[in-house]
Design a protein around this ligand. Structure first.
Ligand code: ADP
Ligand code: MG
Length: 314
């Protein structure tokens, strides 16, 4: 991928938070490389404390990096800060909102910060897109949590940035609103906006993102297109329902990872590259277990995540 095709390019990014009071120095990022393509919905996935917000806050210019480089739409965030900022809108993790202005006033205020002339402002258009047109002149502090979050997204969009970054957009929001936010993110992306979002919801990344980077302990664990990431995991599961209850599994089945479930099913986790389903069935056929029913399952993102982060922990 050439640099022209990248919305965000991160190389060798390191961050050490200085010791403060009783808290010791904290290495939050250990050298991250990320290439985020223009036009994508890109997910930064990782557990709490992985370093997601640190990456976002460095991109946003809110946190200073310790080492490495970050380019936004081709502009270095330190050498060409103005242009970098003009191309990005950030929706922070914390819902922190100017409670004493109306939603309309807040959008106008931010447009003002970005130096957008009155004639070019799109405050009403943004309120409509966020389904907040009826709240135009409401007391912002009286809005529901979901409405405040939508207003934050709107606020990040006032300067019509090419990239929208959402830090945990759906953390702590109910299922219905989560779907709402996903839908809006997809709409924006269809209009050409590159979306970067962080999440610790695996389901969210799987559902929404074209490409996923998994971060853990300040390191990049993996970065792949979503289908490839899902395919890549060399693990499948086969569930066998025996005709007659099995009290003890034969050794030949234990040897290939077979386990007896409480419900009487036999569960076998296996790597398709080392053993095929046919070979497993042959092994079963060589015992006196009769198969009543069987199914195989792909691993989902949750499995991948657990596997990858587990192998990273030692
Ligand atoms: P995430 O967003 O993935 O949950 P963060 O980037 O917020 O992770 O945090 C990464 C690590 O850096 C955590 O261990 C966190 O405690 C630490 N950290 C974050 N912000 C600060 C800060 N301002 N000062 C010191 N340590 C911090
Ligand atoms: Mg965070």
């Amino acid at each position: 991928m050439t640099d022209q095709e990248l919305a965000i390019k991160i190389r060798g990014l390191k961050k050490t938070y200085a010791a403060e009071g009783a808290s010791p120095e904290k290495i939050a990022l250990k050298g991250i490389d990320l290439s985020i393509p223009k036009g994508s919905i890109f997910g930064l996935l990782g557990p709490n404390g992985a370093g997601k917000s640190t990456i976002i806050n460095i991109i946003a210019g809110v946190v200073d990096k310790t080492e490495g480089s970050v380019e936004v739409w081709g502009f270095d965030i330190n050498k060409d800060t103005r242009n970098a900022k003009a191309n990005i809108g950030i929706v922070p993790q914390e819902v922190h909102i100017d409670a004493y202005f109306t939603p309309f006033e807040i959008l106008e205020l931010y447009a003002g910060y970005y130096g957008i002339p009155k004639a070019e402002r799109r405050s009403m258009e943004i309120l409509r897109a966020m389904r907040l047109e009826d709240q135009r002149d409401a007391y912002t502090r009286l809005l529901s949590g979901g409405m405040k979050r939508r207003l934050l997204v709107g606020k990040a969009m006032v300067h019509n940035p090419a990239i929208l970054v959402l830090d945990e957009p759906t953390a702590g929001v109910d299922v219905e609103l989560r779907k709402h936010i996903w839908q809006y993110v997809r709409e924006l992306n269809k209009k050409g906006v590159t979306i970067v979002l962080t999440t610790h919801y695996l389901e969210e990344a799987e559902e929404l993102c074209d490409e996923i980077a998994i971060i853990n302990h300040g390191e990049l664990v993996i970065c792949e297109k979503t289908p490839k990431l899902l395919n890549q995991l060399d693990e499948k599961m086969i569930v066998i329902l025996p005709v007659n209850p099995v009290s003890e599994l034969p050794d030949t089945i234990k040897e290939i990872g077979g386990k007896l479930n409480d419900d009487g099913n036999i569960i076998i986790h296996f790597s398709p590259s080392t053993i095929t389903v046919g070979e497993i069935l042959n092994k079963i056929a060589a015992t006196d277990i009769e198969i009543s029913d069987l199914k195989t399952e792909e691993s989902d993102l949750e499995d991948i995540f657990l596997q990858l982060t587990k192998s990273n922990e030692g």
